[in-house]
Design a protein around this ligand. Structure first.
Ligand SMILES: [Cu+2]
Length: 314
């Protein structure tokens, strides 16, 4: 019976945190995935102390820093190919037409089921006048989250998110359990490493096929792999940067792809790895739980773990 009350309280909590995060942005000049400097407590004296790393993660907002993700339509027939068109509206209220290239593209477009059961990484084309256009099929009925990941010229990188809908009966799927290997198109990908909230965590993904390491991965968007991490529950979008690049003299084309990931909180994350081999892009998906390190090993610069009732539980 008290579920609505809890939801209401949760929503209020989000509003408070959101407002505080904007305050941090105004004070230090940036709200982004990197931890901001401290000192924010002075601007929000009525709020309890809050780790600076808990600024609003990317992907949760349809509008941020004056930029707004504006879809032409948000409802699609399940399983039917369609064209998704959208603009990004800038601070002046007009569609943004000038972008910086990042990872070889001006804009990266990610679509995932709200239950994290699917993943599409697409690259829309410019249709003129700031309109982006991309063929899109929402494979089954349900609610989806679409992310536009871009850098407006002269601005900061942003990931804006909006919901898309495919009407019809559907049964949400539970989050797949955490496992250390994933299959993708006949490839096996093994995940090593842990996610530690609030600090950079090294993740190594190793690709093999038929038991043999794959040592001739092909560059895709300027790297041997791209990793998107989405937080279960709200689909916060985490930027994950690969270590090294093709042609830098030290980065090998597999079988291991190394990333540095930083997640803002404990909880479950769904990781999607894109890699290219044989001229085709493959996607391997993992569930990984972020837990604070055991007491006494808290990395410098992070907030000490709460009393650890989950100790040894994962
Ligand atoms: Cu992309």
């Amino acid at each position: 019976m008290n579920a609505p009350a809890k939801l209401g309280a949760y929503g209020l909590g989000l509003v408070v945190i959101f407002s505080a995060a904007l305050g941090v942005g105004g004070a230090v000049g940036a709200v982004g995935p990197s931890p901001a400097g401290d000192g924010h407590a002075a601007h929000a004296p009525s709020l309890p102390a809050r780790p600076a790393a808990q600024v609003v993660p990317a992907g949760l907002q349809v509008s941020q820093d004056g930029y707004t993700f504006t879809p032409e339509t948000t409802t699609f027939t399940p399983g039917e190919p369609a064209t998704f068109r959208f603009t990004v509206t800038g601070p002046d209220g007009r569609p943004v037409t000038r972008y910086q290239v990042a990872h070889e593209k001006k804009l990266h477009f990610i679509v995932v089921n709200r239950d994290l059961g699917g993943f599409q990484h697409l690259h829309p084309t410019e249709a003129g006048g700031g309109v982006w256009s991309v063929p899109l099929t929402l494979p089954r009925a349900g609610t989806y989250r679409a992310f536009a990941d871009f850098v407006p010229e002269g601005g900061q990188g942003l990931t804006l998110g909006t919901d898309l809908f495919a009407p019809g009966d559907h049964t949400p799927q539970p989050l797949p359990p955490a496992v250390r290997t994933a299959e993708a198109d006949g490839y096996t990908v093994k995940l090593d490493g842990e996610l530690t909230p609030g600090t950079s965590s090294r993740l190594t993904l190793t690709v093999s096929r038929d038991g043999a390491p794959v040592t001739d991965l092909e560059p895709y968007l300027g790297a041997y792999g791209h990793l998107v991490a989405l937080r279960a529950g709200d689909l916060a979008y985490l930027h994950v940067h690969p270590n090294g690049a093709p042609g830098d003299g030290t980065t090998r084309p597999g079988p291991a792809i190394v990333f540095e990931a930083e997640v803002p909180s404990r909880g479950d994350y769904r990781l999607f790895l894109d890699f290219q081999h044989g001229g085709t892009v493959h996607t391997a998906a993992f569930t990984l739980r972020a837990v604070p390190p055991p007491a006494g090993t808290t990395p410098a610069g992070t907030t000490p773990a709460e009393p650890d009732h989950e100790h040894g539980g994962h």
